[in-house]
Write a protein that binds this ligand. Structure first.
Ligand SMILES: N[C@@H](CCC(=O)N[C@@H](CS)C(=O)NCC(=O)O)C(=O)O
Length: 203
């Protein structure tokens, strides 16, 4: 497996997922400063010219949540995904999809002081609904699915962590506690050196 990434990109989340799984892979650093992500070679892998990407033999996976979900299913013995068809699996999908579909666009726009002019027609609605949803979905203790840590925590928790580091929102005490639990994971700490140096961890 080849993991195309850059330590100052959302690729840290897939790097963390690979570390949680502890599986062999080739790490390929793509240099943003030279525009390598927009080279014709890389665009063949991801036409968006964005990182991260995972290439597993003939299989190409892009999008953080898709890569994490693919990896969790590829290594079921690591138990980072609930059983297909279960109620937990449905909840797991909600966390995986809400991150990129709903939380990210709302936060990205809010960073520039923009709200969609018609929230009812935007998939992510508006900031107050997004924040209320994050509050509801964030677990009081443990992980998104309870006792079992899964790729849902890597994707959803990873996005909350990223958003706190880059000050995209003001975390409530409950969300901040969950993110602290995320930051306490050894695999997180091994893959988030740059974030930790930016003040992303209280330790
Ligand atoms: N929706 C994508 C977002 C990926 C993304 O925005 N990556 C940024 C780095 S954090 C990037 O590669 N930007 C380079 C560019 O757009 O030119 C995912 O989940 O993978």
């Amino acid at each position: 497996m080849k993991h195309y990434f850059n330590p100052m990109s959302r690729g840290v989340t897939t790097d963390w997922m690979l570390k949680e799984l502890d599986v062999p892979h080739e790490q390929i650093i793509i240099d943003f400063s030279t525009g390598e992500n927009n080279s014709p070679e890389y665009r063949k892998i991801n036409p968006m010219g964005k990182l991260p990407a995972l290439v597993d033999g003939e299989t190409v996976v892009t999008e953080v949540a898709a890569i994490c979900a693919y990896l969790a299913d590829k290594f079921p013995e690591k138990e980072l995904a609930p059983e297909a068809g279960s109620t937990e699996r449905a909840t797991y999908y909600r966390y995986l999809f809400i991150a990129g579909n709903t939380v990210e666009p709302a936060f990205s726009l809010a960073t520039f002081g923009i709200e969609h002019p018609q929230p009812s027609s935007a998939g992510w609605g508006d900031m107050s609904r997004v924040l209320a949803t994050i509050e509801t979905l964030t677990p009081n203790v443990g992980w998104a699915l309870g006792k079992q840590f899964t790729a849902a925590d890597v994707v959803f928790g990873g996005l909350l962590d990223f958003s706190m580091v880059f000050k995209l929102f003001e975390a409530s005490p409950k969300v901040a506690d969950y993110v602290e639990r995320i930051r306490g994971r050894p695999a997180y700490r091994e893959t988030h050196g740059a974030f930790i140096n930016m003040g992303g961890s209280s330790e």
